[in-house]
Design a protein around this ligand. Structure first.
Ligand code: ADP
Ligand code: MG
Length: 356
């Protein structure tokens, strides 16, 4: 591939020597076409979502298969529904015994636990009993009673997840972990690392609401990710430009059910056991770490705008765009610099928050 590129570049400069702008353009075109020939794209279904990988590389076709296999491997470890997964075995042994888990599972449990602490409990890897009670795990939705939730809340303390050596242990019977708010972000990081190792310098990976851009587009421009309009699936609120970054969006509009005219979504406030009602419709995180972006999109949604902005001011390392129920799109300073807000067909207003 390098050789082809050099030959083409040689051709381009030879044409330039001819001094003809038109020919230079034609050569440029050939170069672009060459790059597009190396564009490979595939869509699959894994981790309960649709994934699309676009890879710019002459071996792209095989590399995408490797990428999809890596996602499957992680899904087989981390799924809360697949019976033989590490997570399922860990959950089945809750209150009984420690279970040997894969290094990736161990990493993710540890990261989830420490990010949970850092977010003041807004992110909770042990939230599964509550998520199940609402029927989100098996897609059999119903509103649990207050008593039911109160009985389950003591089983959701992430500090009762004990990690030791290669093993994990859930201290109380009835406990269970659910990595649904972190696994896709972690998977995007792993796939990006795998592709980079194999020489990929340009790719865009979409794992449901988790997007990761490797390098830039072949043209050198940044990758563009549309920010969904949480009120209208056919519309968007603007474009986010990224290079070597993840963009992750969480929102209550993505997965929910209705009972007696009220909507219940899948992001749970661990303090109450109810779907978080924080005044936010949507949170988008931009970060170099897909895993951290995934966790924070969920955690900051639970926190609500004010606490989320305080968290951003105090911690940094990421940027965020919030859409509020009041119709405001609020971007942190760093997010504003890579975000083109478009309010044309919707009623949102736009505001930027600066770093203290
Ligand atoms: P999605 O998986 O749809 O992209 P999120 O990344 O926001 O959405 O993760 C939501 C999922 O994480 C839920 O489906 C559930 O499995 C789990 N979850 C729900 N609430 C929490 C929470 N407070 N902390 C950690 N995980 C959560
Ligand atoms: Mg998340």
């Amino acid at each position: 591939m390098k050789l082809k590129k050099i030959l083409l570049l040689g051709l381009a400069s030879a044409l330039c020597l001819g001094g003809c702008a038109e020919r230079r353009e034609a050569a440029q075109h050939m170069l672009e076409n060459q790059k597009m020939e190396n564009r490979h794209e595939a869509t699959s279904f894994a981790m309960d979502t649709i994934m699309t990988f676009v890879v710019l590389h002459e071996d792209g076709e095989e590399l995408i298969i490797d990428a999809e296999q890596e996602v499957r491997r992680l899904e087989n470890l981390l799924s809360v529904t697949l019976e033989d997964s590490d997570v399922s075995r860990l959950n089945a042994a809750a209150g009984k015994e420690a279970v040997k888990v894969d290094a990736d599972t161990q990493t993710l449990l540890a990261a989830g636990q420490s990010l949970g602490e850092k977010t003041g409990g807004a992110f909770d890897i042990a939230i599964s009993p509550i998520v199940k009670a609402w029927g989100f795990t098996e897609e059999e939705h119903h509103v649990p009673t207050q008593e039911e939730l109160e009985a389950l809340l003591p089983l959701t303390d992430p500090s009762d997840v004990i990690l030791e050596g290669e093993t994990a242990y859930l201290r109380k019977e009835g406990m269970a972990v659910d990595l649904g708010g972190i696994a896709k972000g972690y998977a995007s990081d792993r796939v990006a690392a795998l592709l980079r190792e194999k020489g990929v310098e340009s790719a865009i990976l979409t794992l449901g609401g988790n997007v990761y851009g490797i390098g830039t587009k072949p043209s050198g421009e940044k990758w563009e990710v549309a920010l969904a309009n949480p009120l209208d699936a056919d519309d968007y609120c603007g474009l986010i430009s990224i290079a070597n970054q993840a963009v992750v969006t969480s929102g209550g509009y993505q997965r929910y059910f209705e009972e007696n005219g009220k909507k219940y979504h899948h992001i749970i406030n661990p303090a109450t056991g109810y779907p978080a009602e924080s005044g936010l419709l949507q949170v988008t995180i931009i970060s170099e770490s897909g895993m951290e972006a995934d966790v924070l999109s969920t955690a900051l949604f639970v926190m609500g705008l004010e606490d989320a902005l305080t968290y951003w001011q105090e911690n940094g390392g990421f940027e965020a765009i919030f859409v509020t129920e009041a119709g405001e799109v609020v971007a942190t300073e760093g997010a504003d610099s890579c975000f083109a807000f478009e309010g044309r067909d919707n009623d949102f207003t736009y505001r930027v928050v600066e770093r203290n």
